[in-house]
Design a protein around this ligand. Structure first.
Ligand SMILES: [Zn+2]
Length: 250
């Protein structure tokens, strides 16, 4: 499904952007610098024939952007359906860390993801979904969820970030994810440590690192999606620490 949606997106982008590029280069082949909106490269070069969206984009530093703009976490909403899910006791009574996910598909809103989760919970469900304006709790923290394979599930609280499409929205969504992760660690007096760098041992772990070190799953989120915005698990971990250190004891 993931590849299909990527393919559909690519075809769509080609269909939408290719005619413009073609029209521009045939109608004004000599006016390469006439408009401030034109690409600075000659219209006949290979690079200029690519739709703009394929060019490498350099974003500001996400964490600096969040801190400099004093972006606060969004409202926390508890879903009324959360107690209808299976009640699965953790291996050691409570969670030992947090699994970091991203949903893996474009074009669905947080509400759609959450509704879909309750419809298909027999396949998978997680503790929370976040986007740029909401932290939506979907399962009680007291029980484990099915989000990262049977090896790791009984040990972790699990948070999904929903895809967004502007840098500002991405920064806000990942800030919500990091804040909730820090908050959940603080609840249990767990110190943030990055399991991705320590063979899977630690309190913050990507779904990718679960697959690599724990097994039971072959997903690689959120690595590629984060990378799209110039972000990675080290930066995410720094942001969790930032919130953890600025959070009152609970
Ligand atoms: Zn995942």
């Amino acid at each position: 499904m993931k590849y299909l949606s990527v393919l559909v997106t690519l075809i769509f982008m080609l269909a939408v952007f290719a005619p413009n590029t073609y029209a521009k280069s045939t109608l004004s082949p000599l006016k390469s610098t006439s408009s401030p909106f034109d690409h600075p490269i000659s219209p006949n070069s290979e690079a200029s024939k690519l739709p703009k969206e394929f060019a490498p984009t350099h974003y500001p530093d996400v964490n600096q952007y969040i801190i400099q703009n004093q972006i606060k976490h969004s409202k926390v909403v508890k879903d009324s359906r959360m107690n209808t899910l299976p009640k699965l006791p953790y291996k050691y009574g409570t969670y030992q860390g947090i699994v970091i996910h991203e949903v893996g598909e474009d074009n669905s809103t947080l509400t759609q993801w959450v509704d879909r989760m309750y419809e298909t919970y027999e396949t998978a469900f997680v503790h929370a979904f976040v986007d740029n304006n909401e932290i939506h709790l979907t399962a009680p923290a007291e029980y484990y969820v099915w989000g990262a394979g049977k090896e790791a599930n009984p040990y972790f609280y699990q948070i999904e970030v929903v895809r967004t499409y502007t840098f500002d929205d991405f920064a806000k969504s990942v800030n919500n994810q990091a804040w909730l992760a820090a908050y959940m660690l603080k609840q249990k007096n767990l110190t943030p440590t990055l399991a991705d760098d320590n063979e899977g041992i630690g309190t913050i772990i990507s779904h990718n690192a679960v697959g690599k070190y724990w097994g039971g799953t072959d997903h690689t989120d959120p690595i590629a999606y984060y990378a799209k915005w110039g972000y990675d698990m080290h930066q995410f971990f720094d942001l969790v620490n930032y919130h953890y250190n600025h959070m009152d004891a609970v």
